[in-house]
Design a protein around this ligand. Sequence first.
Ligand SMILES: Cc1cc2nc3c(=O)[nH]c(=O)nc-3n(C[C@H](O)[C@H](O)[C@H](O)COP(=O)(O)OP(=O)(O)OC[C@H]3O[C@@H](n4cnc5c(N)ncnc54)[C@H](O)[C@@H]3O)c2cc1C
Length: 450
Amino acid sequence: MSNQNNSVIVIGAGMAGLSAAYDLHRAGWHVIVLEARSRVGGRVFSLRNFSNGLVAEGGGEFIDEHHTRMLAYAKEFKLSLGEVGSWQGQTEDWGAYEGKAGQQNDISVWGFDLGNEYEKMWAALAELAKHVPDPSHPETAPNAKELDKQSAADWIAQQNAHPLARKAFADHIRSEYTCEPEQFSLLDLARNAKLYYSDPDFHRSTYRVIGGNDQIPGAIASLLPDLRFNAEVTSIQNMADQVSVTYKQGDTFHTISSSFAVLAVPLTTARLIEFNPPLPVAHHSMVNEVSYGAVTKVLIEYRKRFWKDKAWNGRLATDQHIVQTWEATSHLQGEHGIITAYTGGAPGAKLSALSDEERIKFAVSVIEKVFPGSSDLIENTATVAWVNEPFTRGSYMALAPNQVTTHWQNLFAPMGRLFFAGEHATIYQGFMEGAAESGQRAARNIMESV
Ligand SMILES: Cc1cc2nc3c(=O)[nH]c(=O)nc-3n(C[C@H](O)[C@H](O)[C@H](O)COP(=O)(O)OP(=O)(O)OC[C@H]3O[C@@H](n4cnc5c(N)ncnc54)[C@H](O)[C@@H]3O)c2cc1C
């Protein structure tokens, strides 16, 4: 691409990069997308190595009923959605803690109503939400610095709920934010609470795309004229009148130029790119310091949905180092079903260090312990450890104490002709929706700047 006026190089073909490229392309801009992998979608990664045509998500899975952009893409590309239901407590949620296992509200198992005690944590979270009036500007909250200094663990320790309910809530932090509660800023927990948990009685629905979420990035990519695979960007030269981007394809380096660029890669891989001139201090520290979590998924296909006979909905919260499970096929009818073990935080990092076989074996053994005989029903398995993926190197951003007040504004600020996008650069952080929002915003900002 020569240095033409309305040209953009988009780096990364995840939901963020593709959303930016799609809007720019439709507005008549000349767009080249550079993608390091041999596929699009990034952290949207549907797995198809199961029987009976079953598909399960190795990455981004649930589309919230408020996630209007993702829902709009599904509609535009005529993709059907399967309803998963609400994440809030359900009677058939199980717990396995301290050697006991059973439905969370079964007093005969726990000696008290664990489900009820857990509800107290959600009510407290709704109160916490009140500290952040504007979730798009947490840094302007009245006690922003004070809250940001503290961690989610500090807050959990102060709550008036049974210790086991506090433990279960720590596991919620590991699952949702994929970091240890000690490493998650209380200000960001309050910001997320404001966005999603202000009303403890409100039950949100979530969805999966039937046949795989990856059909959304796939459909967008099919409409883009110039998408280059196996193209790993190694350096970006940000000049007054253009941007030059160097990428490696096989053993060959190529340099191309455009009037703008969108950097839509995780900050964990942006760290490996050479910026010329170097990024200013605030951007440099944002790119290099912002924390990411760790997460693994183990997907286990069973020949029979044995959980239907056990009054178990597939959701198990446990201290047994797999942290959390759910049914990946809950939106589909059928004999076979898939359980996902979703492991974030320190347990996720630990499972990432195992081989795929060991990780699968471990997850299977935890489920077998709670539901003896279940492992005899296994048909197929799959696993992804996202910290081991060279073009992801983590799960998603999880802002550590003091990082919201230090970095929030820089996450959104362009650097000359270089615009940042990705799940880290949006208020809907950690979601496919956020990635899409950030890409659409970057495209809009570029178009408005000429
Ligand atoms: C296990 C897991 C579960 C999740 N569950 C949910 C969920 O239930 N609901 C939800 O909404 N979200 C979920 N998410 C989050 C969601 O998947 C992400 O927020 C979103 O997909 C991120 O999109 P992105 O475009 O910002 O980044 P990515 O999808 O990571 O895309 C970045 C792209 O850049 C490429 N790249 C990286 N470095 C370079 C380079 N140097 N040169 C060129 N290309 C490069 C990568 O290969 C990748 O394709 C989950 C994520 C994970 C990991």
